[in-house]
Design a binder for this molecule. Structure first.
Ligand SMILES: [Ca+2]
Ligand SMILES: [Ca+2]
Ligand SMILES: [Ca+2]
Ligand SMILES: [Ca+2]
Length: 402
């Protein structure tokens, strides 16, 4: 991706393997490709719905990690039910993997607060490289490169519609899209400064914007997925023409839009939960001793239940959680996970999935823990600040154990 200030040959723009972006993947469907991001639980990739505009129902996910390249076919594609192509609203799709994601691929949690505007984010993707001065390189024919850049979420996209009215041919769903502009430090190319009075002239050489092929790629705030790249635009209003060439080619002065993950988190969480295989629905079904497996990863589930009374029917409850090593070690025996679990209106329980890493080594049975903290909307009981559950990974490999 990513049109950057300096050339793609500048390694500062590279999202190299082993640097925290190995869960950012290329997603190909119907002869085209975009970008996607592997979500918590490791079972599904989040990307843009418009990659499937030819009604493709499958995709291939291309991983590039510190342990090499690996392609995994999809088992199912779910387009957001509210997707509105004409307005690029709810431009999101979930792609479930037919096999395990590489354990070296990062899994990401969602950015859940609605304070994104004004924050710096990091955009990552496999789009056609280019620079703000010249635009995306139409002639680029090399392998897709995973690049990164930074920008600032300046506004909700609907604020631009409010300002430009018929000068913008689509109507973003208010609150559901975030926008950033591609700045070069000048007022002349500060699109959102000129249109909305949001004067922010960029992040210097780390500034960047999406290009074709970046669609579906993540924008991270503090390592959490806050946006999914959706489209870019060359906007003007009368004599205000921040994009010097008037073409949608990812030059300075253009704007881009990301689907706002915090707005869609309920749909994302509940879609992922509804697809967990063999998840427990009551405490008696929870398996605290789980077989290790011999390859890939398998999910074990922690069941969190709320036994209190909501202050109102639409109250959203939450807890924070984090895995912790016992004799089992994260990254070798299980995939570390930490984040926030929300219980939406009507829900009194949900599961937290953790991936167990399979192998053929004979080892003792090993344990790890999940700590649950910070209950919102109830307490754990007098004086209790942390709930802890343990899982035992059962060795299933023959051999001598000393
Ligand atoms: Ca900017
Ligand atoms: Ca700006
Ligand atoms: Ca342009
Ligand atoms: Ca095994």
């Amino acid at each position: 991706m990513v049109s950057t200030v300096t050339s793609y040959t500048d390694l500062r723009n590279r999202a190299a393997t082993g640097t925290g972006y190995d869960g950012v993947v290329r997603v190909s469907a119907g002869g085209f490709y975009g970008t996607g991001v592997l979500l918590y639980g490791g079972a599904a990739v989040l990307t843009a719905a418009h990659l499937f505009s030819g009604n493709e129902t499958s995709a291939t996910v291309h991983f590039e990690t510190a342990t090499g390249k690996q392609d995994v076919a999809s088992s199912r594609v779910l387009i957001a039910p509210t997707y509105d192509a004409a307005n690029s609203s709810s431009d999101l799709a979930l792609v479930w993997l037919s096999g395990s994601a590489p354990t070296a691929a990062d899994r990401y949690q969602l950015y859940r607060s609605s304070d994104e505007i004004g924050q710096t984010m990091t955009l990552v993707g496999y789009g056609r490289p280019g620079t703000g001065g010249d635009g995306a390189m139409a002639s680029y024919s090399g392998d897709p490169i995973r690049q990164k850049a930074s920008n600032v979420f300046d506004a909700d996209m609907s604020a631009l519609k409010h300002q430009l009215a018929s000068g913008m041919g689509w109507t973003p769903l208010p609150g559901s899209q975030l926008t950033a502009d591609f700045d070069d430090g000048s007022a002349a190319h500060d699109a959102l400064g000129q249109f909305l009075g949001l004067h922010q002239t960029g992040l210097g050489q780390s500034e960047g914007i999406i290009t074709s092929g970046d669609s579906g790629g993540p924008a991270f705030i503090h390592g959490l997925v806050a946006g999914i790249a959706s489209y870019s635009a060359s906007l003007s209003q009368g004599d205000v023409k921040p994009d010097a060439d008037g073409l949608v080619n990812s030059t300075f002065g253009e704007v881009a839009a990301w689907q706002r993950v915090s707005y869609f988190q309920q749909w994302l969480d509940q879609s992922l939960r509804s697809a967990y295989a063999n998840a427990p629905s009551k405490p008696e079904e929870v398996q605290t001793r789980v077989s290790e497996g011999n390859s890939g990863t398998t999910l074990t589930y922690f069941l969190v239940q709320f036994k209190g009374v909501r202050s109102s029917l639409d109250q959203i409850l939450s807890v924070d959680f984090a895995t912790r090593d016992g004799t089992a070690v994260q990254g070798q025996d299980y995939v570390a996970a930490s984040g926030t679990l929300k219980l939406y209106p009507g829900e009194v329980q949900a599961v937290i999935p953790v991936e167990i890493i399979g192998d053929n080594k004979s080892e003792p049975d090993e344990v790890f823990y999940l700590d649950v903290t910070h209950p919102v909307g109830g307490t754990f009981g007098p004086g209790v600040v942390t709930l802890t559950a343990m899982r035992t990974i059962l060795n299933d490999d023959a051999g001598w154990i000393a």
